[in-house]
Write a protein of this length. Structure first.
Length: 133
């Protein structure tokens, strides 16, 4: 693992206008990396999936934006992930074996992109960066 950080969502209600932000340093522009989103939800989250807008800000001021769909439950409503009781931890791979073009300070912004302004029972959102193959 190169970087991992999780941020608690205030009151477990994630508003569309309150992105989660993470900053990390990159010095290795040769190795490949995997990008993950961590989500912790409770049983009262009303959907089986979640759409996210993920913005990667580069050291030179450029950015890339991805739309990521995360499946949190199966068609029968059984939650994926690990955890006990009513909390469910999930990790979603959304970029695999990517190289960073520049060394420097990067920033990730994650917005919830559902059609509901405030998503209930989302407790934590995180970002993980690990070495690829």
């Amino acid at each position: 693992m190169v970087f991992e950080q999780n941020q608690e969502i205030d009151g477990a209600v994630w508003s569309w206008d309150e992105p989660v932000r993470f900053q990390f340093q990159v010095s290795d522009t040769v190795s490949r990396h995997n990008f993950y989103i961590n989500l912790r939800n409770g049983n009262d989250y009303p959907y089986s999936n979640m759409f996210l807008f993920v913005t990667l800000n580069f050291p030179n001021g450029k950015k890339s934006v991805d739309t990521v769909e995360c499946f949190l439950a199966d068609q029968a409503g059984r939650w994926y992930g690990t955890g006990m009781g009513n909390m469910h931890d999930n990790r979603f791979l959304y970029k695999q074996n990517k190289q960073f073009p520049l060394a420097g300070n990067y920033r990730i912004e994650i917005h919830q992109a559902m059609r509901q302004d405030d998503l209930p029972d989302i407790h934590d959102v995180g970002f993980r960066l690990s070495r690829g193959q």
